[in-house]
Write a protein that binds this ligand. Structure first.
Ligand code: HPA
Length: 251
């Protein structure tokens, strides 16, 4: 079964034929909300809204451990994250869709591992390539089949939030090699790797990052919302085309 975690602008999957919802409990507390189960083109898919269904959970308060644990234990063989980002790289613009290939983690204070030592032991996962290569390739292919143009690689800077960045911070992230900036990519990706679940992301560019282009003097939130509303359909189209019952990780 494929599982999708939706971020800002994607609190439900319009193309999901819903069968039921389940409230799941985990040793790490409660996920962001009930998990919605259903089918897309006859294939089973699970969906979870990262910020809760009423968008009440800020990025630093999301229970990433419970979310990934619940999806994994309920049978997710692959997890696709959908998240909005600001763009830094000059060829990107609001509305663009990006399949990131790397992460720089600037977050702090989040529960970022299932292995906290003592009874749960000490485990060092390999995270050289934070996203699953096979799932990334399938997302890129699915985008092509759906006729959605995507940027096939990007370095995603993950910030703590919930505030947006200063212009100087964005300049620093660019010097570090980041192409886009968001708040939820970590520890989600690392937790999926710890549980051995293939994980990849679709990032929708909602705005120019702080201090850039039309965000030179500030972020325009009304514009950002409008861009997300217009662009999330493309993320849905990629997921729709990704779903494949013949492939255990795609169904
Ligand atoms: N910065 C961080 N997170 C974001 C942004 C941004 O500019 N846009 C959407 N999510």
């Amino acid at each position: 079964m494929l599982a999708v975690i939706g971020g800002s602008g994607l609190s439900k999957l319009a193309n999901l034929d819903v069968s039921h919802r389940e409230v799941l409990r985990t040793p790490y507390g409660e996920p962001s909300g009930a998990v919605t189960f259903g089918q897309i083109r006859g294939c089973p898919v699970a969906f979870l809204a990262r910020h809760g269904y009423g968008h009440t959970i800020p990025p630093h308060e999301v229970n990433y451990r419970a979310n990934i644990w619940a999806l994994s234990k309920r049978g997710a063989q692959a997890i696709v994250s959908v998240a909005s980002v600001g763009c830094i790289r000059p060829d990107l613009k609001p509305g663009d869709v990006v399949i990131p290939h790397q992460i720089i983690d600037y977050t702090w204070g989040r529960k970022n591992t299932y292995f906290e030592g003592h009874d749960s032991g000490v485990v060092h996962i390999d995270f050289t390539d934070p996203y699953d290569a096979g799932l990334r390739a399938r997302l890129i292919k699915a985008a092509g089949l759906a006729g959605v143009a995507v940027s096939e690689a990007a370095v995603y800077a993950v910030t703590q939030g919930p505030r947006l960045e200063t212009a100087a911070e964005v300049n620093r992230y660019e010097r570090d090699g980041a192409d886009v900036v968001g708040m939820t990519g970590m520890p989600e990706a690392a937790l999926a790797r710890e549980l051995g679940v293939p994980y990849a992301a679709i990032n929708v560019v909602a705005n120019y990052a702080a201090g850039r282009a039309d965000s030179l003097n500030g972020i325009h939130f009304d514009k950002l919302e409008a861009v997300l509303a217009e662009s999330m359909g493309r993320a849905r189209a990629i997921i729709d085309s990704l779903v494949d019952c013949g492939d255990p990780a795609g169904s």
